[in-house]
Design a protein around this ligand. Structure first.
Ligand SMILES: [Fe+2]
Length: 320
């Protein structure tokens, strides 16, 4: 079933479930009495597909499934309509029950889904607020981390990463420098070269960021990227000197994205490089700072796609 999408798989499972229940229901005879008991028990299973459909597809899915179940149920009732009133009332009551189960759970699952989406949006906005404040402090811009996030996600997309992992990698890219909150202003904002002691202090920021981010439940994978965002493919990075595939995949994607943004962005001390020159700089570091596979994928991305991201998150005019 690997060729099917997640949705297709769920539809197939649901259809198979309805089919099996209907088959059992139709195949078990209503006479003698002993079989009739089993027949009635099997009939109750029709409650299951509407609720599963509600959980997987919400209100609309529940209506479609409940309609299918009702048609199958009514057809059987039509073919084998019981003689006594109690059993007739029982069957009609069950039919009404299918609809109540389907409609109520459909509504509730829809509501749950929309609340979860609101929560995810709120989380994301909080994180963006935090990194914007940090970007403003260090770079005098607010958009660096958001651009890097989108560049990283674009690379991840071209490398065939699934949506869930892409989102986690995106959060890692967004939060990469969050540990700089622990670096004192006189070091972080120093205009000249840093002394050896100051470098030691500066190089603590991936570790500090890791400690902050790993405490947040949904950011476990993002924390690994934060930890490894200054590693180098050739093993000469910091803090752990990881090499090649030891570096988390997302961090290897981030490195190229971050370098591209640094090269093509305007900073108080430098003007931005055009795409072509930035690419030459990145190619120079292929196999040294950067994973060659990530660089190869990055070169396939159309410059216009990158430009679109840069335009979406413009820094505006910087105060000198
Ligand atoms: Fe950093």
């Amino acid at each position: 079933m690997s060729n099917y999408s997640d949705t297709q798989k769920k539809v197939i499972i649901l259809a198979a479930l309805v089919g099996i229940i209907a088959l059992l229901h139709y195949a078990t005879p209503t006479e003698p009495h002993y079989f009739h008991k089993i027949h009635i028990i099997l009939r109750k299973l029709y409650f299951l597909p509407p609720v599963i459909a509600a959980a997987w597809f919400g209100f609309r899915g529940a209506i479609i499934t409940t309609t299918t179940v009702s048609v199958l149920f009514l057809l059987h009732a039509f073919l084998d309509w019981p003689g006594n009133y109690m059993e007739q009332a029982n069957q009609l009551g069950e039919l009404a029950g299918f609809w109540l189960a389907g409609l109520i759970s459909g509504r509730l699952f829809d509501r749950q889904r929309s609340l979860l989406m609101d929560l995810a949006t709120a989380n994301e906005e909080t994180l963006i607020g935090l990194v914007s404040a940090l970007d403003l402090r260090e770079h005098n811009t607010r958009m660096h981390s958001q651009r890097v996030r989108d560049y990283t996600e674009l690379i991840a997309d071209r490398l065939g990463v699934d949506e869930k992992m892409k989102r986690e990698i995106g959060f890692g890219a967004l939060l990469h420098d969050v540990g700089k909150i622990a670096v004192p202003d006189q070091i972080l904002l120093k205009p000249g070269k840093l002394t050896d002691e100051e470098w030691i202090e500066m190089r603590k920021h991936p570790e500090a960021g890791y400690r902050i981010v790993k405490r947040i439940g949904f950011l476990k994978d993002a924390a690994e990227i934060v930890h490894a965002h200054h590693e180098r493919y050739d093993g000469k990075g910091y803090p752990r000197g990881l090499k090649g595939n030891e570096i988390p995949w997302g961090a290897r994607m981030f490195m190229v994205a971050d370098a591209y943004d640094a090269l093509t962005s305007k900073r108080p001390y430098k003007s931005p490089l055009p795409y072509e020159e930035a690419v030459i700089e990145i190619l120079n570091q292929k196999g040294k700072q950067f994973d060659p596979e990530v660089v190869a994928i990055f070169l396939i991305i159309a410059p216009d796609e990158l430009r679109l991201i840069a335009e979406r998150y413009q820094d505006g005019d910087l105060p000198s």
